[in-house]
Design a protein. Structure first.
Length: 334
């Protein structure tokens, strides 16, 4: 039995110049995962963390009480670290520069979706936390700037997610493969349960909100019809599975094979998912596990962000499935 703490220490040797800083950040995220796990598992017993908070977040979306709770817990855990210079969250309009002596001298910034799929909490459906870590590019000794946060995803040094479902799992990469750890609440420990995860090159599950079918680009409509056609050679029709929580849908497809698609729509012409908080970390994980992630045309990790809350379409999962979807997008480009 190997714990997440033991694994982090062992892998620290892969980063001789990091001096344990990245390990410290991952330890803080591990603590936040335990706190959110605890409160999610008693959500049905208290009104303090379930339901709508009555306010909108920066995205113009209803903020759930647990969104705000997870956001504050993540920020508090990271601001206490000597290694973190700044923090960006889907729930906050601007990035937060940790403008203290240790913050100005820290090397890393964190971007996070503190609670993905939080509207599912009230009906006891799996949700998740997504995080992304970059090395700052502004001068050490000064507060971080917007430039530090608007880096392309190919500069991530680590990314991961926590899925709170039938069990709680923390899955992460530091650019050397993907590993998953299952939380044992009786011990209070994350245990290595999924070592060196690889996404199957072919899958038989497609995840998309087909309720928006009429609003999809033609390439997506054609791909959905392709998934639904019978063909013994390619084991079609594929199975449709859509939870409505990116972390949950991505996690299932990564383990079993499949594709997750959130395309542009007539309502969201630039896509709905956030590039920095959702697209980049999931793309990094997918590629490290042998999968592919695009916006339908371009590699997600090569997109240069221009805004903190920039949106993007996302096609991510099994290599052959994503490439087939990209082919339909190219053929029926509008």
């Amino acid at each position: 039995m190997k714990t997440l703490g033991q694994f982090i220490v062992e892998k620290q040797a892969e980063y001789p110049n990091a001096k344990g800083e990245l390990s410290g950040i991952l330890s803080s995220i591990r603590l936040v995962a335990k706190i959110i796990h605890r409160d999610i598992n008693k959500a049905g017993l208290t009104n303090d963390i379930i339901g709508n908070s009555g306010i909108e977040n920066v995205q113009g979306e209803a903020q759930m009480k647990l969104d705000a709770f997870a956001h504050e817990k993540m920020k508090a855990a990271l601001i206490s670290r000597d290694e973190v210079a700044g923090f960006g969250s889907e729930e906050e309009e601007n990035f937060v520069a940790f403008d203290t002596e240790r913050g100005r001298n820290a090397k890393y910034i964190i971007l996070t979706d503190p609670l993905d799929g939080s509207s599912n909490i009230d009906v006891n459906v799996a949700v998740g936390t997504i995080f992304s870590i970059y090395r700052r590019i502004s001068p050490i000794g000064q507060p971080v700037t917007m430039e530090d946060f608007l880096q392309p995803g190919n500069r991530q040094v680590a990314a991961g997610y926590i899925v709170y479902g039938s069990s709680t799992m923390l899955v992460y990469t530091t650019g050397n493969g993907v590993n998953g750890f299952t939380y044992d609440p009786s011990l209070g420990l994350f245990i290595l349960s999924h070592e060196n995860i690889k996404i199957p090159e072919d899958g038989y599950c497609y995840s998309i909100n087909e309720g928006h079918y009429l609003k999809f680009p033609m390439g997506v409509k054609k791909y959905i019809k392709y998934c639904q056609e019978e063909d013994d050679a390619t084991k079609r029709p594929y199975t449709s599975r859509y939870i409505g929580s990116l972390v949950s849908d991505f996690h299932r497809n990564m383990l079993k094979g499949g594709i997750y698609i959130y395309p542009t729509t007539t309502r969201y012409p630039n896509g709905k998912l956030r590039l920095l908080y959702e697209g980049n970390p999931m793309a990094f994980l997918a590629e490290q596990a042998g999968g592919v992630a695009t916006d339908g045309y371009r590699r997600i990790l090569d997109i240069q962000p221009t805004a903190l809350h920039e949106r993007t379409p996302l096609f991510v999962g099994s290599k052959n499935m994503v490439e087939k979807a990209n082919a339909f997008m190219a053929e029926f480009k509008e």
